[in-house]
Design a protein around this ligand. Structure first.
Ligand SMILES: [Zn+2]
Ligand SMILES: [Zn+2]
Length: 373
């Protein structure tokens, strides 16, 4: 499959990965719900997934790692001594007296160490190819950064442009903006752009919520100040029903530029929607709608295997952080790592377009709103 050539250049993973040890710690936590041990195992798992280096084969005072208690350090030490990820699974099964029922919801995610290892390989799309981030929240919806501080952080980082995507009011998961709020946000964005000395441009978008029938709560038709939207699912994410029609209807809605976190999966929590993915990707490719590689490590959505399928379907891609706070801005790296694994060339990534080409592409998505003559 097309992921193989790039994957083969990636330095091999250590015999025991931080990722697998973290998954095992979470299984221990789930087996002892509510107690102090569960809290400690969860905190240690979070630390391991965020470490820039794998622990296997290194000399570390495990209990000196932030958030790692003596009890968790003991468990980590014994998992690292297993010698392989498979042996970690066996040791865990012996401890639990069954296989980890949540194992499938923790596979195909990347730790920070995995991501850095993948990006250390030469060749392929890299950070310098990306001109900006296309999925960003402020404190006007459920984020923690003010619009001005987000604008300043992106400009200082040297980004050329960004797409701001706060939620609209109807989204079930987060307080969001009414049309009048988007109009006010547009005025503020225009002012900040005018003051930017580097030529950095923030485009005003929104994260539209895809209702269960595939309709959206905000589009450029309902709020003309919004250039285009990232459309994403936030409800009915554990349903066994096929949700192809929901996603295709959203993708085919004029003004949709990006299908955001398409599966709606969450690490250790849920697998997300079921759909006929080749049909969803074909609809997106036909419309020039980009498929998001959401870099939030809890989402990592699309997963790498589906990203390969989307490449083969001819899709465009958007790499994004879905940042809700300043430290999340680096999550773009995780999306980049998935792009590397799926051998996605920079020419297929819309946030690798020049500013003018990107603006034109947004306008094309919006122009689909106008009646065809
Ligand atoms: Zn979302
Ligand atoms: Zn979001």
């Amino acid at each position: 499959m097309s992921a193989v050539p790039a994957a083969s250049r990636v330095p091999p993973a250590p015999a025991v990965t931080n990722n697998r040890v973290a998954a095992a710690l979470l299984a221990l936590a789930a087996a002892e719900p509510g107690g102090r041990a569960a809290t400690e195992y969860r905190a240690a798992a979070r630390t391991l997934r965020g470490l820039g280096t794998d622990l296997f084969g290194r000399r570390f005072a495990l209990a000196s790692l932030p958030g790692v208690s003596l009890r968790a350090a003991d468990a980590i030490g014994s998992f690292l001594a297993c010698g392989s990820d498979e042996n970690v699974d066996d040791a865990l099964a012996a401890m639990l007296d069954r296989t980890d029922p949540a194992a499938g919801r923790k596979r195909d995610f990347l730790s920070r160490a995995d991501t850095d290892r993948i990006l250390s390989a030469p060749g392929g799309i890299c950070r310098a190819d990306l001109c900006g981030d296309l999925h960003l929240h402020t404190d006007r919806s459920d984020g923690r950064m003010s619009l001005a501080s987000l604008h300043r952080a992106l400009e200082r980082r040297g980004d050329r442009y960004a797409l701001l995507t706060d939620h609209a009011r109807e989204c079930a998961v987060a307080g969001g903006l009414y049309p009048a709020d988007f109009r006010a946000q547009r005025r503020e964005v225009d002012l900040l752009n005018a003051r930017a000395e580097s030529g950095f441009t923030m485009f005003l978008g929104a994260e539209a919520n895809i209702a269960e029938d595939g309709t959206l709560d905000v589009t450029p038709r309902s709020v003309p100040e919004v250039c285009a939207v990232v459309a994403s699912v936030h409800t009915d994410l554990r349903s066994p029903r096929d949700q192809t029609a929901r996603l295709v209807r959203a993708v085919e809605t004029p003004g949709v530029a990006i299908l955001g976190h398409p599966k709606g999966r969450l690490y250790d929590m849920r697998s997300g929607v079921r759909a006929d993915w080749p049909r969803v990707f074909a609809a997106a490719a036909a419309r020039g709608v980009a498929i998001e590689l959401n870099g939030c490590p809890e989402r990592l959505d699309l997963p790498p295997a589906l990203a390969v399928l989307a490449v083969d379907s001819g899709c465009l891609f958007s790499l994004s952080s879905d940042a809700h706070a300043a430290p999340h801005l680096s999550f773009l790296d995780f999306g980049l790592a998935v792009a590397r694994l799926a051998c996605i060339p920079a020419s297929r990534v819309v946030n690798a377009f020049s500013r003018d080409r990107f603006a034109e592409w947004l306008e094309e998505r919006r122009a689909a709103d106008r009646p065809q003559s």
